[in-house]
Each structure stands twice: as structure tokens, then as C-alpha cells.
Design a protein around this ligand. Structure first.
Ligand SMILES: O=c1[nH]c(=O)c2nc[nH]c2[nH]1
Ligand SMILES: [Zn+2]
Length: 472
């Protein structure tokens, strides 16, 4: 049950270095700061530690109420995975030898069928929620499967572990595979209604239902339109896939000949709203991106999946230029890694590949030295690869904007809920080393490029510490 009191007391303070993004800066590193978190899990104050005495008087805290971070430690916002298939976690790291449509038929649909069984679902769903939390994902936007009851179970598990989440019962009524992973149009609509009703009755505070047509290839026009209506009636979020792979885009043209383009199919069904997040978008045209912008719909960039399934590359710069909201997604299990740190790295890699294509061309492909960020910034009018700071913003604030929850989470603005990761770069047996002449920026960059869950000492959602996990 969700309970917040009107009056809030100070719960605890954290003192040390904080790293976060704002609209004007992809990364701010604020050293020697003090943050107060109240009993509703919200950030009450965030100031230079010079003001500690003054703050202590006002908020009545003493030295013992302060958690002081170590010299290289820092707090950063929890990461927001805007697109992840919880049900595909069981085969993540395998089955990466096919392209999208064949991959769905051979590996994905047969696996998702297993989620009719509650016990199987419970095992995998508990594992993915625990894994993503340990990796610092404080918000996850999950696809479950077509089965309502086990999808509700995923919501319950996320809630029990304290993760902020959207959970979708997948809808698909056409072109389903021979593996008997099917529902009729009427079943899909009725079960989505039941899913929303039973979900909302549970009154979870930070776990919400999301309407989830799988993609246009597996949904009839009637189903898409009914789901658009349901989203409108209930004010729910919406998620799906769009323009991920060439074969998929071609199929949509054949299946929906009376529509202008892929975006038009969703738009005419009222599925593009300011609460919509669409995964991929590698092949969206300028015209389609303009529609996204107009509707306030967002894109989830899933670079690991795009590479692993050989789907294509999303040009993040183009999306940003169109002022379309964008976050990162792991897209497990098309993407083989459930960590958002991997999504950050792959987003940068993809952007560098595009830089090589756009700026260097194939004649330069045998050059000996990689272009550096200095090279990119000199060529101002030319294509610039994403910096690690920009990728950091996409994984945090960008994700919260994409899911339309940036009034609640995404950075350390006062009044937002404290969703955060406590990073400890120097851990025995850790994945990287810090040296005496490393700047704090270097340390942050090393964590983003080389770090893993061994460096994540604590994870907080709405002020509550959720990692270390119970029974870890
Ligand atoms: O990466 C993807 N994973 C999926 O499960 C899926 N379904 C439709 N389109 C998809 N793309
Ligand atoms: Zn996906």
C-alpha cells in the first residue's frame, strides 16, 4: 500500500560527492555537499556542506544522523531502464544468432509461453528484479508476457523488492508463431482490462500498469485501436516497439497499406501520447520524429539489442535534434546485458560507429588512431559522438523524461524522491583501479566505463534502501 504523510520529518542526511544531470548540464559533480531526505523519501535540502551548521539548526539533525561518504565515493541518480523484457531474462546471453523476426519465432515466443506457469514466472521474475536492482536500476519499464496472472506477479515482485516499475501484459493477436503463443483479439482486450483493474486494486505506490501492444506486426488494427481507447480511459502509460529492423518495417507496410508510415499506424490508434515510450526507432524518418515530438512520445534507445540482433543503429543526435524525449533501455534479451552501465557503453559505441560512418567514410576505416572527444568538439558543425556525460544523462534524467516521471525522479532536484546509487569505486577485487592523479571526473568516467555491481554499495528508491537485497 502506498502511504505518504502530509507532514514529513527529516529521515537522514548524506554528505559527500553527488553526481547528477540537469537540463542545462549533462553532468554536474558536486563535491562536499549535504543532502537531507525526508520521511516521505523526498529530497528536502541539497546544499554545500559549508551550510551544515545552519541546516542542522533548521532541520534539527546531529552529526550522528549524517552518513558521510568516503573520499572517492559518490551518489548518483538511480538508472532508468526504459525497455526490458523481464520474461526474456531466462535466455539472456544466449540466442543471439538470428535477426529479429526469426529470433522471435525461434527463441522468444516459445520461452514466453512458459510464463503460463506461476512457479516458473516467479523464479525468473524474482531473478531479474534482484539483478537489475543490484545493477543500480531503480526504475524499470518491463514487458511481461501475454499471461495476465503472471504479469501481475511481476508487478507484485517489483513492489515487494521496492523497485519503481511499469509492468505490461503483452498484447498480440496476429502473426504469432507456431509455438501456440496466442490470444484472440477479444481475449487480448478483455485480459488487458482485467490486468489494469486488478493491478490498480493493489494500490502499489511506485509500480504502475502500462498498455503493451507487442508491435504492429503482431497486432490487428482493431486491437491497436481498442488498446488506444483503454489507455485513454485509464490514463495509463503505453509501450511498444517501432522501426527496429528492416524486415519489420517492410512487414508493417504490407500489413497496414492504408497508413502513411509505421508511426501513423500507432498514431491513428491514439497510442502516441506523452506517456508513450517506443523502443528502437532506428529507421524513423524526420516526418515521423516530428510526430513523436508533437505528441510528446518518447524513444527508448536499446543499442545492445540493435547490435546483437543486427537490427540497425539509432542516431541519438537526430532524435535530440528533433527534441524527442529519449532514454536508454537494455532490451533484455535481444540485448544480452541487464545492466544499464552496459546500455551507456553501447550507446557511446553506436554513436562512435555513426561518427566513423558519417565523418570518416569507408576510405578512412583503416586509420590507426581512434578519434578523441577533442577531435569531435573541434568539428562543431559536424557529427559529434555522444560523450560519456551525455550517455549518463540519457540513463538517468533522460529515462525519467521518457517515462514522464521526471517530476518525481531522475536527478537530485529538491522535492524529487531520492532514487540513488551509492558508488564505491575502490573496492577490494573490484573491476578497475583508481590512481592518485585521477580527477573526480576520471573516477566517475572509470565507473561508467568499467564499473559493475561490485561498486554499487547501496541502492535507494524513494529514500528506502533496497540494496543490499534481503537474503542477498
Ligand atoms: O527487441 C525486441 N524484442 C521483442 O521481444 C520484440 N517483440 C517485437 N519486437 C521486438 N523487439
Ligand atoms: Zn524489446
Amino acid at each position: 500500500m502506498c502511504s505518504t504523510s502530509k507532514t514529513s520529518k527529516l529521515a537522514y542526511c548524506i554528505k559527500g560527492t553527488f553526481v547528477h544531470s540537469t537540463d542545462s548540464s549533462p553532468m554536474e559533480i558536486l563535491q562536499d555537499h549535504i543532502m537531507g531526505v525526508n520521511s516521505n523519501g523526498k529530497i528536502e535540502f541539497f546544499e554545500n556542506a559549508r551550510k551544515q551548521v545552519e541546516l542542522a539548526k533548521k532541520w534539527r539533525f546531529s552529526e550522528s544522523d549524517i552518513r558521510e561518504l568516503g573520499s572517492h565515493e559518490f551518489c548518483m541518480p538511480g538508472m532508468v531502464d526504459t525497455h526490458i523484457h523481464a520474461s526474456q531474462y531466462s535466455f539472456s546471453g544466449t540466442a543471439l544468432d538470428l535477426s529479429l523476426l526469426d529470433w522471435l519465432d525461434k527463441y522468444t515466443f516459445p520461452t514466453e509461453r512458459k510464463y503460463k506457469e506461476a512457479e516458473f514466472a516467479k523464479t525468473i521474475y524474482s531473478s531479474i528484479v534482484r539483478r537489475t536492482l543490484r545493477n543500480g536500476t531503480t526504475t524499470a519499464c518491463y514487458f511481461a508476457t501475454i499471461y495476465t496472472d503472471s504479469s501481475l506477479l511481476l508487478a507484485e515482485i517489483a513492489n515487494n523488492y521496492g523497485q519503481r516499475a511499469f509492468v505490461g501484459k503483452v498484447c498480440m493477436d496476429i502473426n504469432n508463431c507456431a509455438a501456440n503463443y496466442k490470444e484472440t483479439t477479444d481475449e487480448s482486450i478483455a485480459e488487458t482490462e482485467r490486468f489494469i483493474k486488478e493491478f490498480l486494486e493493489r494500490k502499489y505506490c511506485r509500480v504502475k500498469p502500462i498498455i503493451t501492444p507487442r508491435f504492429a506486426v503482431s497486432c490487428s488494427e482493431e486491437l491497436l485501436q481498442e488498446l488506444g481507447e483503454l489507455a485513454k480511459i485509464h490514463g495509463t502509460h503505453i509501450q511498444s516497439h517501432i522501426s527496429e529492423a528492416v524486415g519489420e518495417v517492410e512487414s508493417v507496410k504490407t500489413l497496414f497499406p492504408n497508413y502513411k508510415h509505421y508511426t501513423d499506424v500507432y498514431d491513428k490508434s491514439k497510442l502516441l501520447t506523452d506517456k508513450t515510450v517506443m523502443a528502437h526507432g532506428c529507421y524513423l524518418s524526420d516526418e515521423e520524429l516530428a510526430i513523436f515530438r508533437e505528441r510528446g512520445a518518447a524513444i527508448s534507445h536499446c543499442p545492445n539489442s540493435n547490435i546483437s540482433l543486427c537490427s540497425g543503429h539509432l542516431d541519438v543526435r537526430k532524435v535530440l535534434k528533433h527534441k524527442v524525449k529519449i532514454g536508454l533501455g537494455t532490451d533484455v534479451a535481444g540485448g544480452y546485458c541487464s545492466s544499464m552501465l552496459d546500455a551507456i557503453r553501447r550507446a557511446i559505441d553506436t554513436s562512435k560507429v555513426l561518427y566513423i560512418q558519417y565523418e570518416l567514410g569507408s576510405s578512412h576505416s583503416n586509420q590507426q588512431t581512434m578519434p578523441t572527444s577533442k577531435t569531435f568538439s573541434i568539428q562543431k558543425e559536424k557529427y559529434t559522438a555522444l560523450s560519456y556525460k551525455e550517455a549518463f544523462r540519457l540513463a538517468t534524467l533522460g529515462g525519467s523524461q521518457a517515462l514522464n516521471i521526471d517530476d518525481v525522479t531522475g536527478n537530485f532536484q529538491i522535492g524529487k524522491e531520492f532514487d540513488a546509487i551509492l558508488v564505491s569505486p575502490c573496492v577490494p577485487g573490484g573491476p578497475f583501479d583508481v590512481f592518485a592523479d585521477d580527477t573526480f571526473e576520471d573516477v566517475v568516467q572509470k565507473f561508467l566505463n568499467l564499473g559493475d555491481d561490485r561498486n554499487i554499495k547501496g541502492v535507494y528508491v524513494a529514500g528506502q534502501q533496497v540494496v543490499p537485497l534481503p537474503n542477498a
